[in-house]
Design a protein around this ligand. Sequence first.
Ligand code: ADP
Ligand code: TRP
Length: 327
Amino acid sequence: MSTKKTLLSGVKPTGRPHIGNYFGAMKQFVDMQNDYTAIYMIADYHALNLVQNKSEMAQNILDVAIDYLALGIDPQKSIIFKQSDVPEHAELTWIFDTITTMPYLQRAHAYKDAEAKDKEINVGTFNYPMLMAADILLHDTDIVPVGQDQKQHVEYARDTAQKFNFIFDTDTFKLPEAKILEHVAVVPGTDGRKMSKSYGNTIPLFATREEITKAVMSIPTDSKPIDEPRNPDEDNVYKLHKLFSDHGELYELGERYRKGGMGHKESKELLIEHIDAFIAPLREKREQLAHDTDFVLDVLREGGKRAKQKAERKMEAVREAIGVKLY
Ligand code: ADP
Ligand code: TRP
């Protein structure tokens, strides 16, 4: 038996990933796969709250699988699967629903945000944290690498594990922990707010050079003359440089800001160069994989089988714990 701890994380297939997703979460997926039993999910049933169109959903799922592979997740080492291939996730969600109260779910940030915006909220959105708890707990997960905005969801999973174990007097579920890298917990978007698909302020992770240029050039900057000293930490362009420069480069750049003479145009052009140099090989890899759909579908099919076997075993233990397993 492997003594490695289990890592699980996931991404919703709701559109192109951006560099906030990458530095906040997906980079860790690649970096950590050697040291953990690693499971990466495509959260299609979560995405169904937003994507309710057959061809768009199918394409989005395939796209996330290609993204995972292009970034370097190795299907020989890690399980890549889509949530809908393992119906046990939905089954466990139901069981969690029965031990969860409405006021507890009403405290979720995502729900409160939607409510504050007077949005019509579907039951799936309200119940989102319970499906995510099922994702995490079904696979005996120790650690969940995510960005800051998912911290509360991992806490919901942990609370739910504790509550289930207490009510049924069992140790069925492990208590998972979020893994958040502090310096990239919230990657800023081109407008300075959190980079997010829903704000339209992203730099796509597999962007073309033209897209990178357009996004970087759109970053608002102050109107001080070039020669005036500037605080780099108040500059949106510099904040993004932090992701793409090494320590020495960043120090030099910061000094030039502080001394004065570092114009926005020059800083933006440098950033475009750095981002493009970083993205170019990923773009190429992605392009190759996009032509090999059969391989990508095989990876998903195989990952789905492996994840389902694990989940079936765990559900047996859950049914036993709650008293519905009679034979
Ligand atoms: P979005 O907010 O763009 O819809 P997702 O909800 O699909 O992104 O997030 C996928 C993963 O990326 C999650 O782990 C999330 O915490 C992380 N993430 C998203 N945006 C950022 C950001 N701006 N900075 C750091 N991590 C992020
Ligand atoms: N809710 C996560 C997001 O929006 C995606 C997700 C679904 C997830 N299930 C998960 C992340 C399980 C980590 C573990 O980004």
